[in-house]
Design a protein around this ligand. Structure first.
Ligand code: CMC
Length: 436
């Protein structure tokens, strides 16, 4: 963080003395005004619900230029990582700041792949859930429970514990997601296989059974790996900020990541892929492409409460670069599975075409986000809709952990404690006649 030459001055129309505030520069992106002393100097807070203009931390992990539609992990464009690296290379990069060399690559892949098994007791814990529980409810519980199973790596002030917890989380998330799925459909859990790739192993744990060999389809393996890369991190979004805030109290890493899983579940965030596919299925059921115009009118009617799911983003005011890559993967997967004429894909393309030309969307700079096509890919692979957000959580775990560990290593970090503008009743007495 570099101090800029200029400063910001805040003046008041009532004649109160003005205050000067330092400005810091990042390596790219907007500068920030340092308001940390504002309350001490003026007795006032800033007001910014939803953090529209507030940087909550300094970070060197992920950079988004929303106007350009650019996403960089540690400086590398997402398009290059998605085509030249695999998910575990991306994990190494996010955690350590650099891409691995040959030796590091082999060691890291081995380290993760060799820790994919979960404590056997975990399956008995899982049995406490109803079979029809939503996978995200199950995952929130399972990830939180890891702190009880791996109690030897829960001291976040110990860098070695943080490193072990990171590897455990990245390695065991696919196993937990697959277990949540198998439990729901009443099939036996499949133990991980260390000779398969991270994505290949997940596919086998999801779709294999003990009755026969499971052959990993390389196109689906690559597609899943790309889904993981595209969802690996996204700077200070709601779930990542939740993980940071939760972890800022000094809680253990598994608990902080469980908080991230819970936050991700919402339809405005990671739940959007599930909501998007449900939306496409509803339009399809009510008449498909012919009904797109009618649906769009509802979306544009503020009173309808209907949104075009998979569209719009707080940061991207241009095409989400992940959506482009996801559309490419969508084509590949549908072609591989002979589903080129998939009606939902056609419907999605039609919706996208209309939205990109419609004034409502153009004026508000609403473009497809990553979730617009990821649901179609996952559905084609055979992943049930209710598990989509679980896949997102699996992939985002590395981002959460990298951001949590970055915060804990930052000497400027403090427990997160926002302030408020109080609008309730001032002090008053309980009426004398009010008795228990
Ligand atoms: N459909 C229709 N109108 C929309 C949409 C949409 N999907 N998204 C935004 N708008 C309108 C919104 O009503 C507002 O209109 P107006 O200015 O007339 O009041 C304007 O566009 C600005 O939207 P906003 O709600 O102020 O923007 P935000 O930054 O608070 O919300 C968002 C961002 C992602 C929550 C929102 O775009 C949305 O709900 N999209 C649908 C859900 C979705 O796809 N979420 C996935 C996000 S990407 C995955 C992830 O990173 O989690």
């Amino acid at each position: 963080m570099k101090l800029a030459d200029n400063k910001a001055t805040l003046s008041f129309s009532n004649g109160s003395p003005s205050v000067e505030m330092p400005i810091y520069q990042g390596s790219i992106g907007p500068d920030v005004i340092d308001i940390r002393k504002l309350y001490a100097q003026t007795g006032m807070f800033t007001y910014d619900p939803g953090f529209l203009s507030t940087a909550s931390c300094q970070s060197a992990i992920t950079y988004i230029d929303g106007d350009k539609g650019e996403l960089l992990y540690r400086g590398y464009p997402i398009e290059q990582l998605a085509t030249q690296a695999d998910y575990l290379d991306t994990c190494f990069l996010l955690l350590n700041g650099e891409l691995p060399n040959e030796q590091e690559r082999g060691d890291f892949h081995k380290l993760v792949i060799n820790h994919t098994m979960v404590n056997e007791q975990m399956q008995f814990f899982l049995r406490g859930f109803r079979r029809d529980a939503h996978p995200m409810a199950v995952l929130t519980g399972l990830v939180g429970a890891l702190s009880a199973f791996y109690h030897d790596s829960t001291d976040i002030n110990n860098p070695e514990h943080r490193r072990i917890a990171a590897i455990r989380l990245i390695a065991k998330m696919p196993t937990l997601v697959a277990m949540a799925y198998k439990y729901g459909i009443g099939q036996p859990y499949m133990y991980p296989r260390n000779d398969l790739s991270y994505a290949g192993n997940f596919l086998r744990m999801m779709f294999g059974t003990p009755c026969e060999d499971y052959k990993v389809n390389p196109v689906l393996e690559r597609a899943l790996d790309r889904i993981f890369i595209l969802h690996a991190d996204h700077e200070q979004n709601a779930s990542t900020s939740t993980v940071r805030l939760c972890g800022s109290s000094g809680t253990n890493p598994f608990a902080a990541i469980a908080a991230g899983v819970a936050c991700l579940w919402g339809p405005s965030h990671g739940g959007a892929n599930e909501a998007c596919l449900n939306m496409l299925e509803e339009i399809q059921a009510s008449g498909g492409v012919a009904k797109v115009g009618e649906f769009m009118n509802q979306v544009k009617d503020k009173n309808s409460g209907v949104k075009l799911m998979g569209f719009g983003h707080r940061v991207y005011k241009n095409y989400d670069p992940r959506a482009k890559l996801m559309q490419e993967t969508c084509n590949e997967v549908l072609q591989e599975l002979g589903l080129e004429n998939d009606p939902l894909f056609k419907l999605a393309k039609e919706l996208e075409k209309i939205a990109l030309e419609d004034d409502y969307f153009v004026q508000r700079k609403l473009y497809p986000n990553v979730d617009f096509y990821s649901g179609i890919v996952q559905r084609a692979i055979g992943i049930p809709v209710s598990l989509f957000t679980g896949i997102f959580a699996l992939a985002r775990t590395v981002g959460w952990i990298a951001q949590l560990n970055e915060m804990l290593a930052d000497p400027e970090y403090k427990i997160g404690r926002p302030r408020q503008l109080f609008t309730g009743s001032p002090r008053r007495d309980v009426p004398a006649g009010f008795k228990r």
